[in-house]
Design a protein around this ligand. Structure first.
Ligand SMILES: [Zn+2]
Length: 417
């Protein structure tokens, strides 16, 4: 028996490696498409493809098993009909889709996904969630090289901030894009970038995993200092579309110009992107496998880690306040975020991390202050949504709770395998 197990372990990495070699070139396929629709209706319309001369993701973890994200893209080999790659993600369109406006009208957003470049003929398939969060296929299209457009490699300096001596496919490549810095503010930009790369490793579990997190920045300047969206600059268009006040939430920093943004960030391998906004007005944002944003003021250290954990690990907000009409989830479905439950399918969440004697729901008393439990109030809702701990980085900027820490570590493993 022992010998059989040993042989399986020996063969497995070779099999996975063969799958990569058999199916992919060492390059990326950038897919630009329109994501349109309205409440619970999605259309994916591919506009163009680009080939990038590197692929930063894992060569062994090719099928996404995290069940994170509101959408999923997959590649199917046309000959064998087998899924050879998949990746979950969320987007700004998804947040808009949960707004009141989306019940009255259609929306149309630019989106980009980057997948490994296929060697053979493939179909590209997009999935979205149904009302109880199961995956449903919504679009299927043959990859057509005729739609490939030439990509111009942007000419910006790359600033190494936290170099990691591991292969591209065995590390997590984090990219900082500074935004709202004029050329005269170069010194401030350099200082902010250095500070931010240090902030990344103050909190656990990121601190213990710094040996697999590579950080580089793009030296990028704008004509004006700061970004628009508030006060006198309320209606101004932002560079690369980046602005405060997305969906009328003043502190929410986002962009709808995904294609322009990717034209800049496609300069270098990028598993995760953080846009650092030169402004001391509180704000940020983070969407899973999309990007995160963060301002540079007093609370930047905590906001950075909080928002990045949305965008990198797909964690949900554990607080119950809501300042916009987006992001509301149905109470009758189990949310996909690892740190939120409606108790509809709690066994899929952190039930194995709770002591048998801890009551469900758990009272927010001193007795359970440092215990994993099921505390009511999370995901912008005071009732019906539950979080794993009384305090957490995803609720009130305390250190991460054990459930969030595990989700982050699990996600980091998918990049470093
Ligand atoms: Zn947490």
């Amino acid at each position: 028996m022992k010998r059989i197990i040993y042989i399986c372990i020996m063969i497995l990495p070779n099999l996975v490696f063969a799958q990569w070699e058999e199916n992919f070139e060492n390059a990326s396929l950038r897919i630009d498409y329109y994501h349109s629709g309205r409440y619970q209706i999605d259309y994916f319309t591919i506009q163009s493809y680009q080939r990038l001369d590197f692929y930063s993701g894992s060569h062994t973890y090719l099928i996404d098993e995290t069940n994170n994200g509101a959408y999923k893209v997959a590649l199917f080999d046309k000959r064998t009909k087998r899924m050879i790659f998949s990746k979950g993600f969320s987007s700004l369109f998804n947040e808009w889709q949960s707004s009141e406006e989306a019940k009255r009208m259609c929306g149309n957003y630019e989106e980009t996904v980057i997948v490994p470049y296929p060697k053979n003929e493939v179909e590209i398939v997009f999935y979205s969630r149904d009302s109880i969060n199961n995956w449903q296929e919504v679009a299927r299209e043959d990859f057509n090289e005729d739609l490939l457009v030439e990509n111009e490699v942007p000419l910006y300096n790359i600033i190494p901030l936290h170099p990691v001596n591991r292969k591209l496919e065995e590390r997590m490549d984090l990219v900082f894009l500074p935004l709202g810095y004029t050329k005269q503010e170069k010194d401030k930009m350099m200082k902010d970038l250095k500070d931010f790369s240090e902030y990344m490793f103050i909190e656990e579990p990121y601190k213990s995993r710094e040996n697999i997190i590579n950080i580089e920045a793009i030296e990028y300047y704008t004509e004006k200092s700061g970004i628009p969206g508030l006060g006198e600059r309320k209606d101004e268009e932002g560079t690369l579309g980046v602005t405060y006040n997305m969906f009328s939430s003043p502190r929410y920093i986002m962009t709808t110009k995904l294609w322009e943004l990717n034209d800049v960030t496609n300069l270098l391998p990028c598993d995760a992107l953080i846009i650092i906004v030169n402004s001391d007005v509180y704000g940020g944002g983070g969407i899973y496998n999309y990007y995160a944003t963060c301002y540079t003021g007093d609370k930047a250290k905590e906001v950075l880690i909080h928002e990045f954990s949305h965008s990198f690990a797909g964690l949900g907000d554990e607080y119950s306040e809501n300042d916009s009409d987006t992001g509301l989830q149905p109470i009758y479905a189990e949310p996909y975020e690892k740190n939120i439950t409606t108790l509809v399918d709690f066994s899929a969440k952190w039930s194995d991390m709770i002591k048998k004697t801890t009551p469900i729901p758990t009272p927010t008393t001193k007795e359970y202050e440092n215990e994993v439990g099921v505390f009511e109030g999370a995901s912008y809702m005071p009732k019906g949504f539950y979080r794993p701990y009384q305090h957490c980085m995803m609720r009130d900027l305390y250190p991460f709770c054990p459930v969030c820490a595990k989700a982050i570590n699990d996600m980091l493993d998918t990049y470093s395998k």
